[in-house]
Design a binder for this molecule. Structure first.
Ligand code: NOJ
Length: 745
């Protein structure tokens, strides 16, 4: 096979071989291909009954397990693969999946942080590094990227996504899928990507993990589905994972309209749909099916091909076919998909393709991968506030470095750290030392009692103030305080929803105690989600959002604090002023009473502002950028939006120039602003560049209440700038003739 073919080109090449294989397979063997078991390397869902583990060996020996998750490392993978290939009748190789979310051994920043870079090349490269390392450990399938749009910072899984915007989320979904899958899926260092969770998992009510979502047709099509659509059209992910939650009362695993009609029908998706962990079984708890047998029937008919850890296919599918309740053609279609991706991975040519001890020795945690992690970390940092010349730090000031997270080598690894070694990241103190900075350190207060990474529940420190006095004394003596606060790794991620997203534990109290003696505070916020930082914003001169940045966290943060790196990150999610504002997002509808008015009857809170503390797209630099000369020109197949950006300061820097539109009047109310383009541009001090961005038909239309894509004539506002609050404005008029020349979607 030539390596110049992309996997999309290859689709169709294997069908005859799949036909032959299907003809040879018994029904039991077919069901085996649709069954996925977990190994013991990691626990990423509720533990199965012990007898299932024993059953696994019997099944493996007979070729009755199609794929596994949580088996990691060449030796372990080889053992299982040997079972499947050498002992079973047909010798069909297995696939090995793992949650390789932001790295395998080398941790890059968490996905939400990477999204803040708006740097698609780097994001793709980061996924590429993860794929190389995962493949070197015998894996050939990742359950990433999560492409769930979310407006819910209380939801711990926002750390795993790209934030609140479907346009940015779409570009990032494409970049990450391409990074994992590369140009040639059968190469031994590329792996299958999974877009998840299908669908609307990010709309869990009140940000509570696994919770219900209620979504209207227009929100589903305009907000939730676009990143799935973009990835499917432009990056060809070979797998999709459905979702635990119900959407409008239907659990994702049993949703035929989404899986059969939209995904496999409209989108012509010919890869494989995998359930989430036990999600077929969970349809019983949802009250959607009566028992396991019905769960199996509903899931397979709805288009969920592989059953991860529910065992309902294993136990019931054969009987369902024999009784005539499920047509064997349905099973064949699901099996065909599984076999197809196995062919595409090259596993039929060589089942041991990903299993190579030498690569496991040489391709993990390399200098070059760590350099990518550092580059990615630098670009992911967002400077939220910088007044009174607080940053960059000036060399002649005496610095107090305070906070348990400043020396934490584990928190920066974030959640979903795959096979990274615990406590192996560069801390901020390590970064200060490497840069030769002079400082005095005090921990102030611990964030978590006990340091076990796997500890659940996390014991947040609400009691122990032993370190307060020393930290306050040091802060009093120094010119400048660098105070590091936020969340440990396990405070965000799956199952880590929080109702209060202020600084956990006693950190707010410490901040206020230090502020009382020395207000010259640079606040470093390490977290897996937007936190409520209103007090800090009102009281400290500088705030830097550093998320969980991976292995090179401390180096990247130090580079930004010292000015070696000019920060360029922009928020992929709004930061609320208070929890009561949530969900708060920039692309909201206007309401009939948008205000502001000097009276009670308009859309507002009587005890809080409407605006977020920090808006989507916000992020400062040590220089500043001026936008001017905004024009639009209607071309044959697009609208050309052009403007000038000037670096008006004295330092070189990078700016994310953002383009937003508003469709003023339409057949459904449209958002007050929607991101429709951006460009990350490097500008030397004093330099000006003209930027051209194209608005195509896809960007100007929307899905209506019937779920149909329409572009409507009329006036469009255009805004450009370095934030969603972009003030530079113009408008254009789109006629029916233009729409005709743009062509239908
Ligand atoms: C549950 C999570 O929702 C999903 O994203 C993950 O891939 C699976 N567990 C497997 O670990």
């Amino acid at each position: 096979m030539t390596s110049t073919l992309t996997h999309a080109d290859k689709t169709g090449l294997y069908e005859t071989r799949i036909d032959e294989l299907l003809a040879e397979m018994t029904l039991t063997e077919k069901v085996g291909q649709l069954t996925q078991f977990s190994g013991f390397h990691d626990v990423t869902g509720p533990a199965p009954a012990e007898w299932r583990a024993a059953q696994k060996h019997h099944l493996l020996q007979n070729g009755l397990i199609g794929s596994m998750l949580n088996v990691v490392g060449v030796e372990a993978v080889r053992n299982y693969q040997k079972f499947a290939v050498e002992n079973s009748r047909l010798g069909i190789p297995m696939m090995f999946a793992y949650d390789v979310i932001h790295g395998q051994k080398t941790m890059c920043p968490i996905p939400l942080a990477e999204a803040a870079s708006w740097d698609l090349n780097l994001i793709r490269k980061s996924a590429r590094v993860a794929a190389i390392e995962a493949a070197a450990q015998g894996l050939n399938w990742t359950f990433a990227p999560m492409v769930d749009v979310s407006r819910e910072p209380r939801w711990g899984r926002v750390m795993e996504g790209a934030g609140e915007d479907p346009y940015l989320g779409s570009r990032i979904a494409e970049a990450r899928v391409k990074g994992f899958q590369g140009d040639n899926l059968s190469a031994n260092d590329t792996i299958l990507a999974t877009i998840k969770h299908f669908a609307a998992y990010g709309f869990a009510e009140a940000g509570k993990e696994y919770n219900t979502a209620e979504i209207g047709t227009t929100t589903l099509h305009n907000m939730v589905l676009p990143p799935f659509d973009a990835a499917l059209k432009n990056a060809n992910p070979r797998s999709v994972m459905n979702a635990f939650n119900t959407v409008n009362g239907i659990p994702g695993t049993g949703d035929a309209a989404l899986q059969r009609d939209w995904l496999k029908g409209n989108q012509k998706f010919d890869g494989v749909v995998v359930s989430d962990w036990g999600s077929a079984l969970e349809m019983i708890a949802h009250g959607f099916v009566a028992d396991e047998r019905e769960a199996a029937k509903v899931a397979i008919l709805a288009g969920s091909d592989i059953d991860m850890e529910s065992y309902v296919y294993l136990d019931h599918l054969e009987n369902l076919v024999e009784s005539g309740e499920v047509d064997e053609a349905v099973i064949d279609d699901a099996v065909r998909r599984v076999l197809r991706v196995k062919f595409e991975l090259g596993l039929f040519d060589d089942p041991y393709r990903y299993i190579d001890s030498e690569r496991e020795q040489t391709r993990l945690f390399t200098e070059s991968h760590l350099n990518t992690a550092l580059a990615m970390a630098r670009k992911s940092i967002v400077l939220l506030k910088n007044e009174r010349g607080a940053l960059p730090l000036s060399a002649d000031k005496k610095i107090a470095l305070i906070g348990a997270l400043a020396v934490d080598q584990d928190a920066p690894l974030g959640n979903w750290r795959a096979d990274a070694d615990a406590h192996s990241a560069m801390s901020i103190m390590d970064g200060f030392d490497e840069a030769g900075l002079d400082y005095v350190y005090s921990y102030g207060v611990t964030v978590q009692l006990g340091d076990s990474h796997f500890e659940y529940p996390v014991h947040v420190n609400y009691e122990n103030r032993d370190g307060f006095d020393e930290a306050v004394a040091i802060a009093r003596d120094m010119d400048q305080v660098v105070l590091v606060v936020g969340e440990t790794a396990r405070m965000s991620g799956e199952g880590r929803s929080r109702a209060d997203i202020g600084l956990p534990g006693l950190q707010q109290e410490l901040l206020e105690a230090i502020h009382a003696v020395n207000p010259n505070i640079v606040l470093i916020v390490m977290s897996g989600r937007p936190l409520v930082l209103s007090w800090a914003d009102a009281n400290v001169p500088a705030i830097v959002q550093v998320w969980h940045l991976g292995h090179r966290s401390g180096g990247a943060i130090t580079d930004v604090l010292t000015g070696k790196e000019n920060p360029s990150g922009k928020l992929p999610m709004s930061f609320p002023r208070s929890v009561g504002q949530i969900p708060i997002y920039y692309n909201h509808l206007n309401t009939g009473r948008p205000g502001p008015r000097d009276e009670v009857t308009w859309a507002h809170y009587s005890d809080e502002k409407n605006s977020p503390l920090y808006a989507f797209g916000h992020g400062l630099s040590y220089t500043w950028f001026e936008y001017s000369d905004l024009t639009t020109r209607l071309e044959i197949d697009h609208v050309d939006v052009s403007f000038r950006v000037k670096n008006a300061g004295h330092r070189d820097g990078e700016e994310v120039a953002q383009l937003y539109i508003r469709d003023r009047v339409a057949s459904i109310a449209r958002p007050v602003k929607e991101l429709k383009g951006f460009e990350k541009v490097h500008l030397s001090a004093g330099e000006t560049k003209r930027i051209h961005l194209k608005l195509k038909g896809d960007e100007l239309g929307f899905f209506n209440t019937q779920g149909n894509f329409v572009i409507e004539q009329g006036e469009f506002d255009v805004f450009v700038g370095g934030t969603s609050d972009a003030p530079l404005h113009t408008m254009f008029n789109l006629s029916d003739e233009h729409i005709m020349s743009f062509g239908a979607k």
